[in-house]
Design a protein around this ligand. Structure first.
Ligand code: DCT
Ligand code: MG
Length: 404
């Protein structure tokens, strides 16, 4: 683990050593530069957050509490635990004593109590209770079946819980009432619960590129999400598709997905068309997107994948030569590509913090389409992620430093 960049510039008492205009405490802020250098930058997009850090056990515990809070519909508690976990990911050392916790910034009282308890007793009673609670367990099952369309997962999982659904077998009983996406999530539950490895992601990339390039040979395809940030595993594989000639993108996603489907590579897909009347200042994402479940052939297939032999993976069916993998395909016009790349690289918390920083500090609205200055009422074009960070007066962070 290389933390030299951190120890030089980012220990808690000595935050990002950047040119003054890049800091929150810059000349436009009321915070004096002396005071600013004593503080942890408050927004996660101002901090370098590596993938590997020194406080995994505590971060994992805080993230369980964050997930549980979101399952209970408490966004404030979700954000509190998530922000505390994010600060800990930046620490260049392993927390050893409860005493060290007192000085942590952006870490609320509840999170501090949890951290102190883990440091003193090795476990936190609240975390153990949550992990073993029926609500948490069954919400996780419900959430997993909802294969990931943004914004609908928790609400539906909660409704299922209220309706008395506690397990996969309960869900099987209401199969007739499930949407196509939910049925697919249930059918491929076992596979979708397994992490997607980098090797699998790269094989999905070959499939996706092959399909798109058969229609437009010079189409640009970039793997985004956690894999672009350096993760070795993820819950899905995310891709961003673009081309300098925007006409080349017309109908391309549908054609490529239909082609993959005809080869038996797709188990489920749902395409959301491009939203043309999409408000540019909105935080919503209006790009054409395909949410899919691929049948990814095994690394050394003896047989080619055949959709005709696909069977539910819940029962003890004979060994298959493919694995169900969640894939998101996003098409961005070339002029919006850098914004879409920044938006789809994540992490989710990094993106939330970047949007919060843009709005609160810069009075700008940022989304995957562009950056809108609310006061000057103008858009800022960008041809690279570096340019977007510069528009926001932020130090550039590479994808692997955005694991907030
Ligand atoms: N995203 C976001 N806000 C959301 C959901 C997603 O900004 N509510 C962005 C950030 C990451 C990117 O889209 C891809 O989303 P995921 O695949 O859910 O995240 P990931 O970091 O790739 O996680 P995983 O490795 O588990 O797939
Ligand atoms: Mg992902």
């Amino acid at each position: 683990l290389d933390i030299s960049w951190f120890t030089e510039s980012m220990s808690l008492g000595k935050p990002l050593k950047v040119e003054p205009r890049h800091c929150l405490g810059d000349s436009s802020s009321s915070v004096s530069s002396d005071k600013a250098t004593q503080e942890t930058p408050s927004y996660a997009c101002q901090r370098r957050t590596p993938l590997h850090h020194h406080n995994k056990e505590i971060v994992d515990a805080l993230q369980i509490l964050a997930l549980s809070a979101s399952f209970q519909g408490s966004e404030a508690r979700y954000l509190g635990f998530t922000r505390a976990a994010s600060v800990l990911k930046c620490l260049p050392f392993t927390l050893q004593s409860a005493e060290e916790v007192k000085d942590l910034q952006f870490c609320g009282g509840h999170s501090k109590t949890v951290i102190q308890e883990i440091l003193e007793d090795r476990v936190c009673r609240e975390v153990e209770m949550v992990k073993n609670s029926e609500h948490y367990q069954s919400m996780k099952v419900g959430f997993k079946v909802l294969t990931g369309i943004f914004g609908v997962g928790i609400r539906t999982a909660d409704k299922w819980y209220r309706d008395g659904i506690r397990s996969l077998s309960d869900l099987n009983e209401i199969e007739g009432k499930l949407t196509g996406e939910q049925k697919a999530g249930l059918l491929h539950y076992t596979d979708l619960q397994q992490p997607v490895t980098r090797d699998e992601a790269e094989r999905v990339e070959q499939l996706v590129k092959g399909a798109l390039q058969s229609f437009v040979p010079d189409v640009q395809v970039t793997m985004t999400g956690g894999f672009r940030r350096g993760k070795q595993e993820g819950h899905d594989v995310d891709f961003l598709i673009t081309h300098p000639n925007e006409e080349a993108l017309n109908g391309l996603l549908r054609k490529a997905v239909a082609w993959l489907d005809s080869k038996g590579s797709i188990l489920y897909h749902h395409i959301k068309g491009r939203s043309h009347n999409f408000a540019r200042s909105s935080t919503m994402d209006g790009h054409e997107t395909c949410y899919a479940i691929f049948a990814l052939p095994n690394a050394c297939p003896e047989k080619s994948p055949d959709a005709g032999t696909i069977q539910p993976d819940l029962d003890k069916s004979p060994p298959r030569n493919w694995k169900a993998v969640r894939v998101d395909l996003v098409v961005a016009p070339y002029s919006e590509y850098s914004y879409a790349l920044l938006g789809w690289t994540g992490s989710k918390h990094f993106e939330r913090e970047l949007r919060r920083f843009s709005l609160q500090v810069k009075k700008m609205s940022l989304n995957s389409h562009g950056l809108f200055d609310i006061e000057k009422k103008c858009h800022y074009p960008a041809t690279s992620e570096e340019e977007i960070f510069a528009h926001l007066g932020l130090l550039y962070l590479t994808p692997s430093e955005r694991n907030a």
